[in-house]
Ligand binder design. Structure first.
Ligand SMILES: *Cc1c(COP(=O)(O)O)cnc(C)c1O
Length: 425
C-alpha cells in the first residue's frame, strides 16, 4: 500500500500544490498532509493505517459521519437506475419538498452542484431582480470562490494569506462593499451612502469560516430592517449552518427571514451538491420563467439527490440535534475548564455540533479579532491532537464538526486528547 508521503510526492508533480482544495495542503499548520483511504462513522483511516477521530467531517457535509449505512443504501438504490438522465427525475421533487419544509424562508428552490454555484447564482439573481449592481459582504465571510465574493474572504483564502485573490478585475471588486461583521454603524453608513444601488447583502449569519462568530444582540434584525427599507435582497449563506445548527439553519434559530438562502454541504449527504432558494417572487426571475440565466448539466443528479434526501430524513426522524448539542457542550466544557485551570487564554464558541478553539483573551466578534488569536498555540494544539489520534481542521480559522456517528466513547476519548494537548502547551 502506498503511504501518504509517496502519494503526496506523486500528487505534487501533477496537481498544483498536490491538492484539489488548498487547505488540504496543511500549509498554515506546517507538516505533511495525510491521505485517507477510507472512513467509517467518526473514524478516518489514513493511507499509513493510522486511525483518527474526525472533527472535520468532510468540512461539514458528514453530519451522519462517514459511510452511513442508510445513506449508502439510498445511493446504491439510485445507482441501479442510472447515474444521470439529463432530464428531470423524481428525486428532485422530493428534495425540493424537503428543503421547503425544513428551511423557513424557502418557498422555491433550485439545485446546483456546489456551494460556490449557489452563492454565485443568488448574487446574479438578486442583481437581476433589483436591477442594481452593488453588493455588501462582510470581512472574513467565505462564500465559495466566486469572483465578486473573494474579497476579504475567510476559510482557505485567509488561511493561506490571500483573502483578496489575484485574478479578479478591479472593476468587479468595485461593485463589492466590504464591511466589518457586527458593526451596525458601518452598515447604516453604507446604506445611507449607497442604499438605492445595493442589490444584495450576503453573509454567513454565524460566520464560521473564520472560526465561529455570533451576531451581537439585534444585529441581524437591524440588517433585516435596513434591507427591507432599501428594497435590498438579504441573502443568508447557510451552506455550512443549514441543517447543522438546527433543521432550519440559523434563520430558524434566530427567527430572521432572509429573502434568499444558499445551501450546500449537508444536503448532498457527502456527494457534490448546492442549492439556493427563497421568495417565489424572486426565484421566478430565473430561466425558464425569467431573464436571469442559470443551468447545470448534472444539476439535480439522482445519486446526489438520493444521498441528500436520506441525510435530511435522518435528521428529521431522529433526535439528532439534541444529542449533537449535548456533545458540543461537553467538548466546550472540557476545553474551557482545562484552559482555565492551566492559565491558557482560550475562547470556545459553540452551537449545536459546531465549535472552535480560539487562543484569545477576549471573545472573538470580527475578522480582526480572529486574526489576532494566537497561531503558534493553535498549531501546537492541532499537531499534538493529530499525533494522538484526533483530527481537527488544519487552520485556526475553521469550525470543528461533530456528527451523529460520534459515539460517547469517541467524544470522551477526544476530550481526553484535547485537554492533554492544552496542558502540554
Ligand atoms: C463551504 C462553503 C461555501 C462553498 O461551498 P463549495 O461547495 O465548497 O463550493 C460557501 N459558503 C459557505 C458558508 C461555506 O461554508
Amino acid at each position: 500500500m502506498t503511504n501518504s508521503q509517496d502519494l503526496f510526492e506523486r500528487a505534487k508533480q501533477l496537481i498544483p500544490g498536490g491538492v484539489n482544495s488548498p487547505v488540504r495542503a496543511f500549509r498554515s499548520v506546517g507538516g505533511a498532509p495525510f491521505f485517507v483511504k477510507r472512513a467509517d462513522g467518526a473514524t478516518l483511516t489514513t493511507a499509513d493505517d493510522k486511525e483518527l477521530i474526525d472533527f472535520v467531517c468532510t468540512w461539514g457535509p458528514a453530519i451522519h459521519g462517514h459511510n452511513n449505512p442508510i445513506i449508502k443504501e439510498a445511493i446504491s438504490k439510485a445507482l441501479e437506475k442510472g447515474t444521470s438522465f439529463g432530464t428531470s427525475n423524481p428525486y428532485e421533487v422530493e428534495m425540493a419538498e424537503l428543503i421547503v419544509k425544513m428551511v423557513p424562508s424557502v418557498e422555491k428552490v433550485r439545485m446546483v452542484n456546489s456551494g460556490t454555484e449557489a452563492t454565485m447564482t443568488a448574487i446574479r439573481l438578486a442583481r437581476g431582480y433589483t436591477k442594481r449592481n452593488k453588493i455588501i459582504k462582510f470581512a472574513g465571510c467565505y462564500h465559495g470562490h466566486v469572483d465578486s465574493l473573494l474579497i476579504k474572504a475567510g476559510s482557505g483564502a485567509l488561511t493561506l494569506g490571500n483573502p483578496d485573490s489575484a485574478g479578479i478585475p478591479e472593476s468587479f471588486a468595485q461593485e463589492t462593499i466590504v464591511l466589518a461583521y457586527n458593526d451596525s454603524e458601518a452598515l447604516k453608513d453604507a446604506f445611507s451612502k449607497f442604499g438605492h444601488d445595493i442589490a444584495a447583502v450576503i453573509l454567513e449569519p454565524f460566520p464560521a469560516n473564520i472560526g465561529l462568530i455570533f451576531p451581537k444582540d439585534g444585529y441581524l434584525q437591524n440588517l433585516r430592517d435596513l434591507c427591507t427599507q432599501n428594497e435590498t435582497v438579504l441573502i443568508f449563506d447557510e451552506v455550512m449552518t443549514g441543517f447543522r445548527v438546527t433543521a432550519g439553519g440559523v434563520q430558524e434559530k434566530v427567527g430572521i427571514t432572509p429573502d434568499l438562502t444558499a445551501l450546500g454541504k449537508i444536503i448532498g449527504g457527502g456527494l457534490p451538491v448546492g442549492a439556493f432558494g427563497g421568495k417565489t417572487e424572486i426565484m421566478d426571475c430565473l430561466a425558464p420563467l425569467g431573464p436571469v440565466y442559470q443551468a447545470g448539466t448534472l444539476s439535480g443528479n439522482p445519486l446526489a439527490m438520493a444521498a441528500g434526501i436520506a441525510s435530511l430524513k435522518l435528521l428529521l426522524e431522529t433526535d439528532a440535534y439534541t444529542r449533537l448539542e449535548k456533545m458540543g457542550q461537553q467538548v466546550q466544557d472540557a476545553l474551557v475548564s482545562t484552559a482555565k485551570a492551566a492559565g491558557i487564554p482560550l475562547q470556545v464558541p459553540q452551537v449545536a455540533s459546531m465549535f472552535c478553539p480560539y487562543f484569545s483573551e477576549k471573545p472573538v466578534e470580527s475578522l480582526d479579532d480572529a486574526v489576532s488569536t494566537n497561531t503558534d498555540r493553535f498549531n501546537k494544539f492541532f499537531h499534538t491532537c493529530l499525533e494522538n489520534g484526533v483530527y481537527l481542521p488544519p487552520s485556526k480559522y475553521e469550525a470543528n464538526f461533530i456528527s451523529t456517528a460520534h459515539e460517547q466513547g469517541a467524544i470522551d476519548q477526544a476530550c481526553d486528547v484535547m485537554t492533554a494537548a492544552l496542558k502540554a502547551i
